[in-house]
Each structure stands twice: as structure tokens, then as C-alpha cells.
Design a protein around this ligand. Structure first.
Ligand code: ADP
Length: 418
């Protein structure tokens, strides 16, 4: 039997996600009852009333009405979205039910790259110059009017899908046509392409938590591989950052200003920033946690000292959503990193060799191959799924980075590319 005061959290899961396990585990550890909301009715729903609910996640207002009806029978104390779309739905539900969360307008402004750029530029947050073009314009005509290098991108895709750098007018025309095809493949309703000045510099990812409008930095990751394009598949993230402390403060301040400019006040944020001679530039800020499996690189508190157990990022997010006390926002003292394994080429994956050998290397904690045999691997910019992840921990970021690279060198992807 549930104790009547056991809090219930509504977790919004888009269908294509691999984040479920970490949230389910976090809820279990915290003794929180979880209701998982997804788009499609589940056959388990009847067997587990209260544990599962079907919501129309593509329509935030409708989903909020459905959640309100559900909450009459199963009162909800918190709501969490895990990706860009469900962040907007979570905001709508939080507003409808009076739960902790963001304003819908703020979540929407973060969700759309053009709206985000407009809000940030208006507020004076450093962002690249940008312009929006309808996809049916003639790229040959547009190409003469944009500065180079520039970056073309869709408004609502994620994981750098469809993000392409162009250095010349010829590149621009090819990239424009390519982004247009990617929008069609992805079934995107918004038929516009954002074109921005290319911001040179090193890139950093900031993981944070907003508490009543104040940004608390949970981790700043270096991205040691240059991300200069023409496509922007990620590889290595390592924390703590090797950036001097003063620049780290500038990066955090820039992300904090961006969150405030968008009107975001509560919950997880994941921001990408570039740093060059002019200081930090905000590339993107999302009202959600770091994507995919990467949160496994983060743990908080003092679990290793025998005084307790580590808290995961998901536990912090669940506690925050429910208004529970958060024991620590301090990341562990060890360096930690993750490599999003690059797509080794286009084709059908047959097998991955060397995984056990890679796992046995010093500092390497885990090598997870998420692609399955016979899966088609699609390189960027059309693709958006990494075939796997490597995790390492050690005394220094340098050692962690070296371990990730060494493990990656052991892997051999066998691909049929006919
Ligand atoms: P997504 O949400 O799909 O990840 P982003 O807008 O964050 O799209 O772009 C993905 C990546 O592309 C960034 O992390 C960055 O490496 C690169 N990028 C995007 N816009 C720019 C820009 N204006 N200048 C330089 N690099 C950029």
C-alpha cells in the first residue's frame, strides 16, 4: 500500500528516448511514486493504473487538460520533461496544476531556435547575428547576401541534426538544399532555415539547475575536439573544465543571463557556449537535462567517502520538481568524461569488436553500444544518433580524455555499406 503522503511525479517520456532507466531508478531510490506519461497507450496501462498514462505530448494544452483529469484520481506533486518537446509540455502541466516549473511562454521561447535568438539578442546576451529564410526561397539569390562563414540550421531539430557550416556561396546553396531535405525527412512543420554567423572558438557545455530563477552550475564540460564543421557531431565531454576560473564564471554568467532573458526559472538547463577573444557566446540553451546517456558522467555528493551514496543528475531533478530538499549540488571531486562515439560511416552495423578490451583499460568505467546489429548508421548532418558511449573517471581531466581516446581506438565497427 502506498502511504498517502508519498509524492507522485509525472515523468513525460517521448517515445524515442533512452533516459527511462535513470529516472525510474532515481524515483525508486527516493521512494517516489512515478507515473510515466507517453504518447501511445501502453498495454500495461490497465494492469498498472496510476503508473502509466497516455497524454497527447504534441499538444501541450491538451496534454495539460489530460493530466489534470488524471490528477483528480492520482494527485500529482511534480512533473518532469526529459527533452526539448516534453519541456514545453511539462511547463503547461505545471502551470495547469500549480506545480513547480517554467512558464509555458519561456519554455516555448527556449524550444524554437529563432525565438530563442530573438529573445537573447533583445536582452543583449551575446549571440551570433542571425536571419530567417523560408525554405522555398531561391538559395542562389540568398547566398550573395549572407556573410561567410555561416551556419545553417533547422529551428526545431536536436543533436546538431541538420546543422551545417558554409564557407562559400556554393557551400550555402548545397547546405540550404540539404537542410530542406532533412526538414522534409523529419516531417518538420516549420519550413524555415535559420542562418547565423559562424562563431569561432572552443565550445563548452554547461549543465545547470534553475532554483527560483537562479542558475546553479552543476558541471561545466570542456569539448576538447574542435567543433568547426561543416557538421557538428559531438564527441568528448570532460569535466571539470580546464578553462581558467574567471572565464568559467563568465560562461556561467552568460548562461544565467540567457535563462533569465528567456524567462526560465525552474529546473534543469543544458547550454552550449563558445569562448573566443570576445568572451562567451551563447550558442543554445535548452530547458532540459543533458541528452542521451551522458548524464551517467555526473554524480553528486560524497558517495565515495563512505558517508553515503552518490546522487545522480536525475535524482536532483526529481527532488527539485517535487520540492524535496536537495542534499548537495556539488559534483564529485574526480574528473569525469563521456565520449559520444562518432558514427564511423554510413551503412548497416554488423558488429562492434574490441568492446571488452576497451572496457578493461585503466579509468574506463563503461563502454555502452546502443546501436544494435543490423541497425542502419546514419552520419551527420542527416543522422542524430550516436552508436554508443564511453565513460571514464580519473584524477585529472587530461587523464580522463586520454582514457576515452584510448578506449575509442580499441573499437572496431564492422559495417556493410552497399
Ligand atoms: P542542436 O540543438 O541541434 O544541437 P545547435 O544550434 O545547438 O543545434 O547547434 C549544434 C552545434 O553546432 C553547436 O553545439 C555548435 O557546435 C555548432 N553551431 C551551431 N551554431 C553555431 C554558430 N553560429 N557558430 C559556430 N558553431 C555553431
Amino acid at each position: 500500500m502506498l502511504r498517502p503522503d508519498t509524492p507522485r511525479l509525472l515523468l513525460l517520456l517521448p517515445t524515442a528516448t533512452y533516459r527511462t532507466a535513470a529516472f525510474v531508478e532515481a524515483a525508486r531510490r527516493l521512494g517516489v511514486v512515478l507515473t510515466v506519461a507517453s504518447e501511445r497507450p501502453s498495454t500495461f496501462q490497465d494492469a498498472n493504473p496510476g503508473g502509466l498514462v497516455t497524454l497527447d505530448l504534441s499538444e501541450p494544452d491538451r496534454a495539460a487538460a489530460q493530466a489534470r483529469a488524471f490528477a483528480r484520481e492520482h494527485p500529482l506533486q511534480g512533473v518532469v520533461g526529459v527533452d526539448d518537446d516534453t519541456a514545453v509540455v511539462a511547463a503547461a502541466i505545471a502551470t495547469a496544476l500549480g506545480l513547480r516549473g517554467n512558464d509555458v511562454a519561456a519554455a516555448r521561447a527556449a524550444r524554437d531556435k529563432h525565438e530563442q535568438r530573438t529573445s537573447l539578442a533583445t536582452a543583449g546576451v551575446p549571440v551570433p547575428h542571425f536571419r530567417l529564410f523560408p525554405v522555398d526561397e531561391d538559395p542562389r539569390r540568398l547566398a550573395a547576401g549572407v556573410p561567410y562563414p555561416c551556419v545553417l540550421k533547422p529551428l526545431r531539430l536536436a543533436a546538431s541534426r541538420g546543422v551545417i557550416r558554409a564557407d562559400t556561396q556554393e557551400d550555402f546553396v548545397a547546405a540550404f538544399e540539404r537542410v530542406k531535405r532533412i526538414l522534409e525527412q523529419a516531417g518538420c512543420a516549420t519550413r524555415s532555415i535559420l542562418v547565423e554567423d559562424f562563431v569561432p572558438g572552443r565550445e563548452y557545455a554547461l549543465e545547470g539547475l534553475l532554483l527560483a530563477g537562479e542558475l546553479r552550475v552543476l558541471a561545466l564540460f570542456d569539448k576538447p575536439d574542435p567543433l568547426d564543421g561543416p557538421y557538428f557531431e559531438e564527441t568528448i565531454y570532460v569535466t571539470p573544465s580546464r578553462l581558467p576560473a574567471e572565464e568559467q564564471r563568465a560562461v556561467a554568467a552568460c548562461a544565467g543571463r540567457a535563462a533569465a532573458a528567456l524567462g526560465l526559472r525552474e529546473g534543469p538547463v543544458h547550454a552550449e557556449l563558445r569562448v573566443n577573444g570576445s568572451g562567451p557566446w551563447l550558442i543554445e540553451l535548452a530547458a532540459r537535462p543533458i541528452g542521451g546517456r551522458c548524464s551517467g558522467a555526473l554524480r553528486f555528493g560524497t558517495g565515495g567517502s563512505g558517508l553515503g551514496t552518490w546522487a545522480s543528475l536525475e535524482e536532483i531533478i526529481v527532488r527539485h520538481a517535487l520540492g524535496m530538499q536537495i542534499p548537495s549540488l556539488e559534483r564529485e571531486s574526480q574528473a569525469s568524461g563521456v565520449m559520444m562515439i562518432p558514427v564511423p560511416g554510413a551503412g548497416v552495423l554488423r558488429e562492434v569488436r574490441g568492446v571488452d578490451e576497451a572496457r578493461r583499460l585503466p579509468l574506463v568505467e563503461e563502454v555502452v553500444i546502443t546501436a544494435h546489429p543490423d541497425q542502419e548508421l546514419v552520419p551527420w548532418p542527416e543522422g542524430a544518433r550516436y552508436p554508443g558511449f564511453i565513460f571514464a573517471r580519473g584524477d585529472t581531466p587530461e587523464a580522463v580524455e586520454a582514457a576515452l581516446r584510448a578506449a575509442h581506438r580499441r573499437l572496431q565497427f564492422v559495417i556493410a555499406s552497399d
